[in-house]
Design a protein around this ligand. Structure first.
Ligand code: B12
Length: 663
């Protein structure tokens, strides 16, 4: 049986001879090829050559976005359109859409500026790659300026997509499929970077990650117009994919129970996944979803998408769900095949010992019996500093012990110390929403609290005005009516009973009401809110978590400054020197960018800015142990905890703790 046949059988839930093992090494290869640090034996090898030399199947689920035949092929990346070998279709704009392109190169970044002039207006975007991204092996470019900035942009984009023509590009796809041959499954792509539905396309492609949630609430009519324009494009696309020579399609990617929280997922993602899967299945084509994040809140919903493979599944200790639970609920029950299952942190010397990896493999091989519906791979991909020998070790273990049906192996749990270092514990289900715990007898205070909790800015502003007219003390309105409710939102976010949009809306409502309240606070004895700067470190473009942290802190009254993403060490130092904050927050989502946090702390020490400044750190791979190791003053696991952390750091130092007014 060749690799392709075996993979397709496993995806269909059939019993095969052995567990397939496909490490994903694109990022590792990009970074090490650039730095000249590939293993000696493979110095001149491409990714494919290494896979073939090792006897591994080719990992062809995620396209090579940074290896277009011509630069023009990725020029429309910021509106989700690619002309790459992995996309079995092509596109054409209508005659009244004029495209203007300019390239800009500097030592720091290479950016493409594109303008789409239409009879109803112009859309501008900027996308590209930074020097740091290149070094860390990035395989996707970064959208620095998104297509949608104001609500008027929806109509312009609706015009672009209403008139867009898709046409098959089967020959280009077939040629690539031939080059993959029997060594793997050449996976075709849907729209953009696997945007599962028109709404997911707007979220992932056209809007900034945090703006999406606010627009989703504020501009339902405009969004609906664009969704309506995109629906025929999606239907046409499915028809083209169904007739294509593809064996499988990557339909949905980067779903996560925070970013694509359950109620949104169920309404705006799941129905299109099902529709695509049903049509693809009718032609014998498989459908793939890429749930590479936290999946606790999506455990039941992902299998309902009728997809065949869940790619890049990244279990505990990198996320909250153990591989045993994944296998049990998804694979053993016959619902979906997992591709992944080995968290990438186990490949890194700095995050796990070889014993940890051994223990993990013992555990994995024991709990995934009988081993059907499982393709061993890395969740998500091997980082640049992967110890290549660890990939070889995993391969050896699977070769020796992965014959199906699997016999239970020995079990030797991961050491407690390592688990603590990983910083995560398997968690129980979502908890019910905590009740409104603000004690107040006054109807108007209670109403203001409800407005904050509901994120209703208009009502809150009205209630605040009413209270001011009735001569309520502005300090009481702020403390009892508003800040107390924002803290409840923080607790609810922490316990998983509210999601990102609720927090953003509550914080926004509070800030609107503050504008009304502020003139009445002037002159009162007011303890100044501490200043807090937060930025995502160099090489890292993840900003959703950082924005949440800023929102929470601003929401409870601190004076916050957003330093943005991809912030260099010296920029942090400069900002601290200029702004003189009490707290600096550093965010990192990648194991490769975490060390930047230590460098920032060192540089602050050298520049003499460490006294009187507390540095706090956070982000999915960060934990208390890491924070202690690099000399940070605090760590918080989420935007709810960060309020408690900041309060305690500030009370230690006897300096301002938010906007609380002394009465
Ligand atoms: C969405 C996402 C993306 C989006 C980012 C969109 C955006 N604008 O941010 C896109 C698709 C662009 C992306 C790209 C990449 N990603 Co990504 N991504 C994710 C995903 C699925 C969710 C992250 C997220 O936003 N979560 C929701 C927010 C609310 O949670 P959060 O960020 O953890 O933040 C909370 C806490 O951590 C904390 N916090 C955060 N910052 C701070 C700061 C302070 C001071 C404090 C106190 C607390 C704190 O509070 C926040 C609020 O509760 C994660 C999976 C995961 N497990 O995290 C992968 C993940 C982070 N990505 C990963 C990878 C590998 C990449 C890429 C390298 C992929 C590639 N092939 O190129 C690129 C990197 C690009 C770059 N150079 O940065 C890996 C990182 C692995 C690792 N450990 O290194 C992950 C873990 C996926 C995986 N399974 O392996 N990604």
């Amino acid at each position: 049986m060749n690799h392709r046949e075996r993979l397709l059988k496993v995806a269909r839930g059939e019993m095969v001879d052995t567990i397939p093992w496909i490490p994903r090494i694109d990022l590792w290869h990009n970074a090490n090829a650039l730095a000249g640090t590939l293993p000696k034996k493979y110095r001149q090898y491409s990714v494919e050559e290494i896979h073939r030399a090792q006897g591994w199947p080719l990992h062809k689920v995620v396209p090579e976005y940074l290896k277009p035949e011509k630069p023009e092929d990725i020029v429309h990346r910021a509106i989700g359109l690619y002309r790459l070998k992995e996309y079995p279709y092509d596109f054409e704009f209508s005659g009244d859409v004029e495209v203007e392109v300019a390239y800009q190169d500097s030592a720091d970044e290479s950016m493409t500026h594109v303008s789409y002039h239409t009879p109803v207006g112009t859309i501008t975007v900027r996308h590209g790659i930074t020097a740091e991204m290149k070094k860390s092996g990035a395989s996707i470019t970064w959208v620095k300026e998104h297509a949608i900035k104001t609500k008027d942009d929806y109509h312009i984009l609706a015009h672009v997509f209403e008139n867009l023509k898709l046409k098959p590009a089967y020959e280009r796809f077939q040629q690539w499929k031939n080059s993959v041959g029997e060594d793997g499954v050449a996976v075709a792509q849907g729209l953009g970077i696997a945007c599962s539905s028109p709404m997911h396309f707007i979220q992932k492609t056209l809007l900034g990650a945090t703006d999406f949630y606010l627009h989703y609430h504020d501009y339902p009519k405009e969004m609906a117009e664009l969704v309506e324009a995109l629906e025929p494009v999606y239907n046409e696309l499915i028809d083209i994919l169904v007739q294509s020579p593809a064996d499988a399609v990557l339909w949905s990617a980067n779903v996560d129970d925070m970013v694509t929280y359950a109620t949104y997922f169920e309404k705006d993602i799941l129905p299109w996944c099902r529709k695509a899967a049903r049509k693809l299945h009718a032609q014998g084509i498989l459908a793939i979803i890429h749930p590479d994040g936290e999946n606790r809140g999506l455990m039941d919903l992902i299998p309902q998408c009728d997809m065949d493979i869940a790619d890049a599944v990244t279990p505990y200790p990198m996320t909250k769900i153990d591989i045993e639970e994944y296998y049990d609920r998804w694979c053993r029950s016959g619902k979906i095949t997992i591709q992944g299952g080995i968290p990438e942190m186990l490949l890194l010397e700095e995050s796990a010992t070889r014993d940890d990896l051994k223990n993990y493999m013992d555990h994995l091989l024991k709990v995934i019996t009988p081993g059907m519906r499982f393709i061993a791979s890395i969740g998500d991909t091997s980082p640049p500093n992967t110890e290549f020998e660890r990939l070889l070790y995993i391969g050896e273990r699977i070769e020796k012990e992965g014959k199906l049906p699997l016999q239970a192996g020995g079990f030797d749990p991961i050491s407690q110390e390592r688990l603590e270092r990983a910083g995560t514990k398997p968690e129980t289900r979502l908890r019910p929403r905590s009740p409104v715990a603000v004690a107040t007898q006054d109807d108007l205070f209670a109403a203001a609290q409800q407005d904050v909790l509901a994120g209703d800015a208009d009502k809150l502003v009205n209630h605040v005005r009413q209270m001011l007219d009735l001569k309520y003390d502005a300090r009481d309105i702020l403390n009892m009516g508003m800040l107390s409710a924002m803290e409840i939102i923080g607790d609810r976010f922490k316990d998983g009973s509210v999601f990102i949009p609720e927090v953003l809306l509550s914080a926004r409502a509070l800030n609107e009401a503050l504008k009304v309240l502020e003139p009445h606070l002037a002159g009162k004895q007011m303890e100044k809110g501490a200043k807090i700067l937060v930025g995502t470190v160099l090489g890292d473009l993840h900003d959703i978590g950082k924005n949440m942290v800023l929102t929470m802190l601003k929401g409870v009254g601190y004076d916050t400054v957003d330093l943005g993403v991809n912030v260099k060490v010296d920029q942090f130092v400069q900002q601290v020197s200029e702004n003189k904050p009490q707290i600096l927050g550093l965010s990192a989502l990648l194991t490769t960018t975490m060390p930047q946090m230590g460098l920032v702390i060192r540089a602050l020490e050298e520049a003499g800015h460490r006294d009187g400044l507390k540095v706090i750190v956070g982000g999915a791979p960060v934990n208390q142990k890491f924070a202690d190791d690099i000399g940070a003053d605090g760590y918080a696991a989420d935007g709810g905890e960060v309020i408690t952390l900041v309060k305690s750091l500030l009370s230690d130092r006897k300096i301002g703790a938010g906007l609380k007014i002394e009465t």
